[in-house]
Design a protein around this ligand. Structure first.
Ligand code: HEC
Length: 242
């Protein structure tokens, strides 16, 4: 092992260093643009400015507080409820996922009594159809990512980012650092990316996983950023006299 030497930054030409550097800087810039894009597509979903955990929850899981049905029974449609406590019955049902069994048992009787008078397609085709589960479901679930969307974004991320991380890693390999640290550092961004993608799907069902989405996304960004910065530093300021 000892006599086997590997290529390090000091062994590569200036031309190759220039190529590596412009690549790393461009990727770094691309990553910042990706962060800005993420900020603008997710911020404010919860009604507050800035990117929050709630925004991430709403993006993947959806919202149980901002459904059209929930807003209606606490707002303009509230006077139509003959029994006031039915408002809570409906809200609890929405918050617990708006399933069909409970709809049949508890929700349909309320809506049939107080709402279908107007909310029937043959009477008012422009109003939400509250005569059946499919129609009610449309206004009692809000947002959230669909599986096809998640699959589309996943394959773009996995292919695209794997390429980027591979090339960044190939350059980072030339650093002079403890070999065990290096081996771990190579794997971390890949593992973080995988965890990120998996946690999108889990957050779709379990909103608390939004924290894992944020943690793994941040970990990937940080570990990638460190590889880029250390590589550029060692390439130009560290390798000469080693
Ligand atoms: C007297 C007729 C009438 C009754 C009864 C009625 N609605 Fe409505 N509903 C309307 C009208 C009209 C609109 C459209 C209001 C608007 O867009 O400003 C509407 C709109 C809605 C909307 C859509 C709001 C949105 O996001 O655009 C929901 C949901 C709704 N009603 C639920 C209910 C529920 C639940 C009940 C029973 C508790 C009910 N409505 C009873 C007439 C009625």
């Amino acid at each position: 092992m000892a006599d086997k030497s590997f290529i390090r930054f000091k062994d590569i030409s200036i031309s190759e260093r220039i190529l590596n550097t412009v690549f790393l800087l461009t990727i770094g810039l691309g990553y910042l643009a990706a962060l800005a894009n993420m900020y603008y597509t997710h911020q404010g979903l919860d009604g507050k400015a800035g990117l929050t955990v709630d925004d991430v929850v709403i993006s993947y899981y959806g919202s149980t507080t901002q459904t059209r049905l929930g807003t209606a029974v606490t707002g303009i449609m509230k006077p139509n409820l003959k029994i006031k406590s039915d408002q809570d019955v409906i809200l609890n049902w929405i918050h617990s996922g708006a399933d069909e069994a409970t709809y049949d048992e508890k929700i349909a009787p309320i809506l049939n009594r107080d709402c279908v008078l107007c909310h029937t397609p043959s009477i008012n085709p422009s109003l939400p159809d509250l005569t059946n589960y499919a129609g009610v479901s449309e206004v009692s679930h809000a947002g959230g990512a669909t599986i096809p969307t998640l699959i589309r974004v996943s394959h773009i991320h996995l292919f695209g980012i794997a390429f980027i991380l591979f090339f960044i890693g190939k350059i980072f390999l030339l650093c002079e650092i403890n070999v065990y640290v290096k081996r771990v550092a190579m794997v971390v961004p890949f593992a973080a990316m995988l965890l990120d993608v998996v946690s999108w799907f889990i957050t779709k069902s379990i909103p608390g996983f939004a924290y894992v989405v944020i943690f793994s996304g941040a970990l990937m960004g940080l570990s990638m950023g460190l590889q880029i910065l250390l590589s550029i530093y060692q390439m130009w300021f560290f390798s000469e006299d080693n």
